[in-house]
Design a protein around this ligand. Structure first.
Ligand code: MSP
Length: 530
């Protein structure tokens, strides 16, 4: 059994419709998943929904629905959205599914039995919006709490707590010894700064069922439900376990719950469905949930005896036209509307090309149109259309003898893209691919095949130029596949090639065979005037 490259996204709260931020994270994860497959790795890409907790319960109540009915309705929309983005996810988790809930209960029972929890009464401040306890340390200099916490109430209640404190020094040492664990570096430094400058508080892992009942019941105390974050993070291992992952760190057996007591029993998964996924190779998340992934999650895993994920890749946040994206102010980007108007690949291209993984980004409608026009319509689209149309017109669509004038430029783009994809440098990879697009467009202008076609003495030169252009289009389709799968597939079809350009090894120059007949050229990115 081979370990697969296991890549995950954050699982989204199902308390509204998907927006640009959700779409962005899922697209970058999809590009990484596709590129790894293209490079020959076996991949498992997991995404899904975080359905428990107060945010979801409140949203359901506001619509007069039960939380489960509300989640079921919205889950259908979110799954359709994943299809709309053409995500190649291998599974889609919903945290209300039995396969997940039972696993969480098993973990809780195990950790409880191992003495990792204690029960204590807490009196203090609580943010309902963020579902978190606050202390005086969280106050702003003027004594108030950050408005991001919403309404802050005083509360006295009994809960179960997870002993985080004991692991603080271990985590600092781990982060220092493993510089690539959190990327980019400045995010890793943020976590280290936090750990070095403050004492880690223990983590409250329950909420009293009397106050919040939309959660996974605690297997050993029916008066409590599981804190939503403890539940949500576990999706990264509950789903591997559901696919028969032996989760090697847990010894010989998989934790399989099911009898409501949460007692872990070894599972003997049927061989067909047995996948080896954990540890995850990459958790892709946004900057706001870094602490949960880089502090709580590693400590939870350590307490369970499981290996840590290899890397947490942290992306920035989008704004629109320089202001916060917000439903209430109407400053939003509706991904579905953009895709319906401009096409999926135009949307994927803009977010990938505009923003590197790490810093914050700013969507502007003018910027979107400019990139569409310059890079897609006039750049890639024009290159492919004129290259194939000329081959059709001057050579009846039949590929001439091989010629290698653009081979070095194509090899350079392929080598750079290969290296950049391995480092998840998606924006830089697109930059390199467009270097080849620009070079090939210049080549058309310099060689002027439309002039060569008028002079029979130049027939051989025209053959050479046409081969170089068609072959460059083919190489581009292979390089573009992870980013713009629809466009890459169209280029292949227009070249008369069957299948999909989904194997990076085919980016090697010389794939188009002389005598091969291409298909019908058609514009890839129709010009939008006005
Ligand atoms: N449910 C939790 C995650 C649990 S993971 C075990 C959650 N959900 S969320 O719906 O609020 O956010 C999901 C992801 O979308 C997060 O990674 C978050 O950073 C990302 N984004 C939400 N708004 C965003 C932007 N405006 N821009 C970019 N990404 C943003 O947190």
């Amino acid at each position: 059994m081979n370990k697969r490259f296991f890549i995950t996204t954050a699982i989204d709260y199902v308390n509204g419709q998907p927006h640009l931020g959700h779409a962005y994270e899922k697209i970058i994860t999809d590009v990484i998943a596709r590129s790894r497959r293209s490079l020959g790795q076996e991949v498992f890409f997991l995404t899904g929904l975080d359905e428990h907790g107060q945010k979801v319960q409140q949203a359901a109540v506001a619509e007069g629905k039960t939380p489960q009915a509300y989640c079921d309705e919205l889950a259908a929309d979110w799954k359709a959205f994943a299809k709309k983005l053409e995500l190649t996810n291998d599974d889609f988790v919903r945290t209300t599914e039995p396969r997940h809930k039972e696993f969480v209960q098993a973990i809780l029972a195990n950790l409880h039995a191992a003495g990792q929890f204690y029960k204590e009464t807490y009196k203090g401040f609580y943010s309902t919006k963020e579902e978190t306890f606050l202390t005086d340390k969280d106050r702003l200099p003027d004594g108030t709490f950050d408005p991001a916490y919403g309404e802050v109430i005083e509360l006295e209640e009994s809960n179960y707590w997870f002993k985080l404190r004991d692991h603080q020094q271990w985590l600092i040492d781990y982060l220092e010894a493993n510089p690539s664990f959190v990327q980019p570096d400045y995010r890793r430094n943020e976590v280290l700064g936090f750990l070095k400058n403050s004492m880690l508080e223990d983590l409250c892992i329950t909420r009293p069922a009397a106050r919040l009942n939309w959660g996974i019941p605690l297997p050993f105390d029916k008066d409590f439900v599981t804190y939503v974050w403890f539940d949500a993070l576990v999706n990264y291992i509950s789903i591997p376990a559901a696919h028969g992952d032996p989760l090697s760190g847990l010894g010989s057996g998989v934790l399989v719950p099911g009898d409501g007591t949460g007692t872990a029993k070894p599972q003997t998964p049927d061989a067909k469905s047995q996948l080896q996924l954990w540890p995850a190779d990459l958790h892709v998340i946004g900057k706001d949930i870094l602490k949960f992934h880089a502090v709580f999650w590693p400590i939870m895993l350590k307490a369970m005896g499981l290996p840590l994920p290899k890397q947490i890749l942290v992306h920035g946040w989008w704004q629109k036209e320089g202001a916060k994206i917000s439903k209430s102010t109407g400053n939003i980007v509706d991904p579905v509307a953009v895709i319906d108007e401009w096409g999926l690949d135009a949307f994927r291209f803009y977010v990938l090309r505009e923003l590197d993984i790490g810093p914050d980004g700013n969507w502007t409608d003018a910027g979107f149109r400019a990139r569409y026009q310059a890079e897609l319509a006039n750049g890639l689209g024009n290159l492919v259309n004129r290259s194939l149309s000329m081959l059709k017109r001057y050579r009846n669509g039949v590929v001439p003898a091989r010629h290698d004038e653009l081979a070095a430029a194509a090899a350079k783009a392929a080598d750079e893209t290969h290296a950049l994809l391995k480092q998840n440098q998606l924006q830089a990879a697109l930059h390199s691919i467009w270097g080849l697009v620009t070079r090939a467009n210049q080549y058309v202008d310099q060689t002027a095949p439309f002039k060569l076609a008028k002079d029979p003495a130049q027939a051989k030169r025209l053959d050479e130029v046409l081969y170089n252009l068609a072959e460059t289009c083919r190489v581009l389709a292979v390089l573009l596949w992870p980013f713009l799968p629809g466009t890459a597939t169209k280029i292949y079809a227009q070249l008369g090639l069957s299948g999909t350009p989904d194997k990076f090894s085919e980016a090697t120059w010389g794939g188009l065979q002389p005598g091969h007949k291409i298909g019908e050229p058609a514009p890839l990115f129709p010009r939008k005037d006005g």
